[in-house]
Design a protein around this ligand. Structure first.
Ligand SMILES: [Zn+2]
Length: 319
């Protein structure tokens, strides 16, 4: 799951920032919601830190902070011993003019200075901002399965139930039917259908990833078509064979009676003998074995007459 998620994230962090400040704020708000924590260092001194395992996300967040609130930040790189010495990038936004305003603006702080879980509806009034918010959410807490894997799955993880519910509501507004599940202390908002994954990726601007999924969809579609045809042909073949088996049985029954096939007129006898000789031939093939060859419907007609002879004989003999 991680490899393709990283490809999507790389594409997103390299895309240019949204034009409108409203969208930039929405994307930033989503990132801070998931990755941010607020610190209070006496005398109303606030600071905010944002921690991510992806350098590109840290870089993008720095750009978003600058473009929206002109906030300065510094990046610290830590090595996480537990995670196999993976790097973590910690963005520190020290107390400065504009920080408190941003936190209030983005609807992120409760009265006791904890980060607010829910999504501020003012931030996501327009569709442009809604998709920007989704992009931020995916950058901060999203993952997606490789398109070649069959179990399509895209999820975003958050620790806040309010945020998860808000996200589902937001995605619904954009025509994405997301679901929530709970894993330990985390909430997962997820999508399972390939169509929904494609729509999500295209909304947030991951166009290269969209192409990858579309390719797979085309290949899958072709494969299904081939299978459908094979099944249809097999079914038809089975039908032909079982009809031929019945014909053979009927003819053999006639043959076993005292008069044998001599009760049949010569033309019907010709067809009956050919059927016995080529029990697996299709109607078309059987028609061609006749001298001169017959049409398919003529053979069909003859076989029907043979059946009637069989029935008549059975009735007369009182069997
Ligand atoms: Zn917008």
């Amino acid at each position: 799951m991680e490899k393709f998620s990283q490809i999507v994230r790389d594409e997103l962090v390299q895309s240019s920032l949204a034009v409108g400040k409203h969208c930039i704020k929405a994307e930033l708000a989503a990132i801070i919601h998931i990755l941010g924590s607020l610190h209070l260092a006496g005398q109303q001194r606030l600071s905010l830190s944002i921690s991510t395992g992806t350098a590109g996300v840290a870089r993008r967040t720095v750009q978003l902070l600058k473009a929206s609130y002109e906030l300065e930040s510094e990046v610290q790189v830590e090595q996480n011993e537990k995670l196999g010495k993976q790097h973590r990038y910690k963005l520190i936004i020290p107390d400065q003019e504009g920080l408190a305003r941003m936190i209030v603006d983005l609807g992120m702080m409760t009265r006791d200075h904890a980060l607010e879980g829910g999504i501020n509806p003012d931030l996501v009034k327009e569709n442009c901002c809604r998709t920007a918010f989704l992009r931020g959410t995916f950058l901060a807490g999203g993952s997606i399965t490789d398109p070649h894997k069959k179990n399509y799955h895209l999820e975003m993880v958050t620790q806040s139930e309010d945020f998860a519910n808000g996200l589902v509501y937001l995605m619904n507004l954009l025509g994405l039917k997301a679901k929530i599940s709970c894993r330990k202390e985390h909430y997962l908002v997820y999508l399972k259908e390939i169509e929904a994954l494609i729509r999500f990726l295209s909304l947030i601007g991951a166009h290269v990833a969209v192409l990858k999924f579309q390719e797979i969809r085309v290949v899958n579609g072709l494969r299904e078509e081939v299978n459908r045809r094979l099944n249809w042909e097999t079914a038809n073949l089975e039908k032909t064979l079982s009809a031929a088996m019945e014909q053979v049985q009927e003819i053999e029954k006639l043959q076993s009676e005292s008069a044998g096939l001599t009760i049949l007129p010569p033309k019907l006898r010709e067809t009956a003998l050919l059927r016995l000789e080529y029990p697996e031939a299709s109607l078309k093939e059987l028609a061609e074995y006749h001298q001169p060859s017959l049409s398919k419907s003529a053979v069909n007609h003859r076989l029907r007459l043979i059946r009637q002879y069989g029935k008549k004989f059975t009735n007369e003999a009182g069997i």
